[in-house]
Design a protein around this ligand. Sequence first.
Ligand SMILES: CCCCC/C=C\C/C=C\C/C=C\C/C=C\CCCC(=O)SCCNC(=O)CCNC(=O)[C@H](O)C(C)(C)COP(=O)(O)OP(=O)(O)OC[C@H]1O[C@@H](n2cnc3c(N)ncnc32)[C@H](O)[C@@H]1OP(=O)(O)O
Length: 225
Amino acid sequence: MNFRLVDLSAEEIAQQLSVVEPLTDSVRGLIDAVIRTEVDDDELNAAREQIDAIVARLRTKQKPGSFGVQFTRELSGLSWGNAAVGARNGIAPPMRIVHHEDGRATCDVELGAAYEGPGGLVHGGVSAMLIDQLLGEAASVGNGLPCFTGTLTVKYLRPTPLGPLSMSAETVRREGRKIFVRGEICTADGPTVTAEAIMVSPKELPSRDQIMKLRAELAAQDGQG
Ligand SMILES: CCCCC/C=C\C/C=C\C/C=C\C/C=C\CCCC(=O)SCCNC(=O)CCNC(=O)[C@H](O)C(C)(C)COP(=O)(O)OP(=O)(O)OC[C@H]1O[C@@H](n2cnc3c(N)ncnc32)[C@H](O)[C@@H]1OP(=O)(O)O
């Protein structure tokens, strides 16, 4: 696992998010508009030229590869490229608000046209991704251990309509590094999807010694700066 510490305060993170999240929401708006627009071909070609110009502008300075996951000194993870919850990722559904309490994680999300599978309904792979993320968060945050999905079982009880949904996930039990979790996706009429997973905290996590060494390196950089 690529583990990197960054030296950002909570205020600096909030400042960056205050710029990045509205930009990502604009990208989501663009994706939705491209799916649903009924303007003519000339308008579509003109829009493409403008979009290409914006892409070229953003690419004048960019990271190689993916965003990665950076950890702050307090070990809170900044997974801003994440496919399910990345603050910079316009294809990630807008599910950033996750509430944690007593090992239980909940989240409300509104899915639009970009998440369609069967007409008017949520794609089954999207449902699996959303509940996988929430199950992973319930296991990781609830037990203070970063986990990978080992096994995910998803049961589609009835079609999930696009629109507002609520999700929940909770830890059922823990056996060593294995955390058993279950969760569901619901409409106002009740559950449409239920899921169970075995989340495994990998044995090859950075050790406490490695984390302390990275912290010391950051502190030394502070001294130089
Ligand atoms: C670093 C400090 C930071 C601290 C941060 C604190 C908290 C974190 C906070 C927030 C994080 C928030 C949420 C994010 C969480 C998740 C959401 C999305 C998750 C994903 O999108 S993630 C990508 C998809 N996921 C993979 O890409 C996994 C690929 N795979 C592997 O990386 C390994 O395969 C792994 C790690 C699974 C196991 O590797 P390993 O070597 O550690 O395991 P090992 O063999 O030692 O087995 C130990 C025990 O687990 C059992 N076991 C093993 N494999 C199993 C399996 N597949 N299913 C069921 N049980 C399994 C064995 O049977 C044994 O059980 P027993 O002890 O009873 O014998």
